[in-house]
Design a binder for this molecule. Structure first.
Ligand SMILES: Nc1ncnc2c1ncn2[C@@H]1O[C@H](COP(=O)(O)OP(=O)(O)OP(=O)(O)O)[C@@H](O)[C@H]1O
Length: 251
């Protein structure tokens, strides 16, 4: 069975520096895959390769195949606006736009041509409910998003991503700036969303990877050392380097 995202012999260079080496990975649809590994091993670079965010960095060059639904993400004719609509992204620091909660969410749908007020209102309510934020903000939709707590901002960002109906959601250490309670709420949300979305999450926190993901890929020095069911990676790693990492011997 092939995955939603299929990666074959994928290399990425920042100028002369090769940050990803012969990556082979199959990321299943409607489930959570965690990317773990020590700092600087290429997790974020790989994540950003999936929606071509690395294109924004000068002197980046890629080789090999990275496909979504069997179509090459790096094909010259690929429409980047459409790609980033299908592949949403949540970053480490919550980054709401400096505008109202409502405007944050309708921003994407408006760009994609939705103008009808009733339709936009529906999107706002649906996505805030999906992000488990509706009850907390329904009475202040037109207040600034900057007045929300960090955890609420991160859920708002997720609602904003959901508003353009993506298929894949990339998360780069989404809980690292959050307190434990907000982290738990975000993890619960990730578990709910995996029924409908393909989620790829970078995390430094191995307990978090164990809690939220079904599959895990262990990165080291730009390579994928081992990949498989999270349960197996954590209880019965096949590679000595994976074992050393998960038992805390380095990283
Ligand atoms: N914009 C860039 N320009 C040049 N080199 C970069 C750039 N971004 C990352 N690198 C290099 O690529 C390698 C992989 O970095 P990357 O940020 O992907 O690792 P990471 O595993 O996500 O690390 P961390 O967990 O610390 O975020 C590192 O050697 C890093 O220095």
């Amino acid at each position: 069975m092939s995955g939603k995202i299929e990666v074959q012999d994928f290399n990425l260079y920042y100028g002369e520096h090769q940050a990803l080496k012969q990556i082979r990975l199959s990321i299943p649809e409607r489930d959570v895959t965690a990317l773990i590994g020590p700092s600087g091993c290429g997790k974020s670079t790989f994540l950003r390769s999936i929606n071509r965010m690395n294109d924004l960095i000068p002197n980046v060059r890629v080789e090999g195949a990275l496909e979504i639904d069997g179509v090459d993400v790096y094909a010259p004719e690929r429409d980047l606006v459409e790609l980033r609509k299908r592949v949403g992204m949540v970053f480490q620091q919550p980054n709401p736009f400096p505008m109202s909660i409502y405007e944050n969410i309708v921003y994407g749908p408006k760009i994609h041509g939705i103008k009808n007020k009733k339709k936009l209102d529906e999107i706002v309510e649906r996505t805030l409910r999906q992000a488990n934020l509706w009850d907390e903000v329904k009475d202040r939709l037109h207040a600034s998003a900057m007045g929300l707590s960090g955890g609420q901002q991160q859920r708002l960002v997720l609602a904003r991503v959901l508003a353009v109906e993506p298929e894949i959601i990339l998360m780069d250490e989404p809980a690292s700036a959050l307190d434990p309670i907000s982290t738990e709420r975000l993890e619960e949300l990730i578990k709910q969303l995996k029924r409908d979305y393909t989620i790829v999450i970078v995390t430094h926190n191995m307990q978090q990877a164990a809690r939220v993901s079904t599959y895990t890929a262990f990165f080291l020095n730009g390579e994928v050392v081992e990949t498989g069911l999270t349960e197996n990676i954590f209880t019965n790693p096949q590679d000595k380097r994976t074992e050393d990492y998960i038992t805390g011997r380095f990283g």
